[in-house]
Write a protein that binds this ligand. Structure first.
Ligand code: AP5
Length: 214
């Protein structure tokens, strides 16, 4: 099963991708996490992407496509893959189709999580991540156990100002990506405003009706 997950910042892509990864035993490829890891390592790529992340702008297509391409080649042992936050531009979508075609694979579904802009700010300010497990919490909507509170971290780009930029970038670039998958009848759009488990059950129900093999 090969899925892509599209949605605004803080729409719940990471939360749902983790659940789907566990449920279907998929390889979870999050371009945001990969880019933050490069930044933290202070690698050559990390130094290049730092200012894009800091200002809520998209990292150039060529860099992200290369990163994802390298991961896909090493993915052949997993039962499938979920791409979280990729593609975000039409160029990325076309590059992904080409890379998969070379591997003899196709995208089975593109999951679009829809959440109004008004909801994302509260999600952003309350988001905390556990660096030990990679789990994402929310202080109000998905509270962490009290004993791990001290080690939770907040992302540098989770500020109101950077969030506005991230939202603006999302709305500017995503329409052709959504059309790309809708035209191929691969788009599954779900309401991302109910509780995470409800959104997950909706995704499972919609995916099960597709009868995806392999
Ligand atoms: P990335 O890390 O992908 O950030 P994003 O798209 O802004 O998405 P987020 O990670 O903020 O949110 P999410 O949708 O995963 O929501 P989450 O589940 O955490 O990218 C960061 C940056 O990297 C980009 O700005 C860009 O610079 C660069 N980049 C990444 N990919 C790129 C690409 N392909 N091309 C170019 N540049 C790229 O949930 C958010 C919070 O809400 C959590 O606290 C969670 O607990 C809570 N929550 C989740 N679901 C619910 C719910 N149903 N109800 C209530 N609360 C909920």
């Amino acid at each position: 099963m090969r899925l892509v997950m599209i949605g605004a910042p803080a729409s719940g892509k990471g939360t749902q991708a983790h659940k789907l990864t566990r449920h279907f035993e998929l390889d979870h490829i999050s371009t945001g996490e990969m880019l933050r890891a490069e930044e933290a390592k202070r690698s050559e790529l990390g130094m290049v992407v730092e200012s894009y992340l800091k200002h809520g702008q998209l990292v150039p297509d060529s860099l992200v496509v290369r990163l994802v391409g390298e991961r896909l080649i090493h993915n052949h042992l997993a039962q499938g893959v979920i791409l979280d936050g990729f593609p975000r531009t039409l160029n990325q979508a076309l590059a992904l189709d080409k890379a998969l075609q070379e591997l003899g694979q196709v995208i089975d579904a593109a999951l679009l999580i829809e959440v109004p802009d008004s909801a994302v700010l509260e999600r952003i300010t309350g988001r905390r991540a556990d660096p030990e497990t990679g789990r994402i919490y929310h202080l109000k909507f998905s509270p962490p156990p009290p004993e791990i509170l001290h080690r939770l971290v907040q992302r540098d780009d989770d500020t109101t100002e950077v969030m506005q930029a991230r939202l603006g970038t999302y709305h500017e670039r995503i329409a052709p990506v959504v059309d790309h998958y809708r035209n191929r009848r691969l788009l599954i759009a779900v309401d991302g405003t109910p509780a995470p488990e409800e959104v997950f059950q909706e995704l499972l129900g919609r995916l099960s009706s597709l009868n995806i093999r392999g």
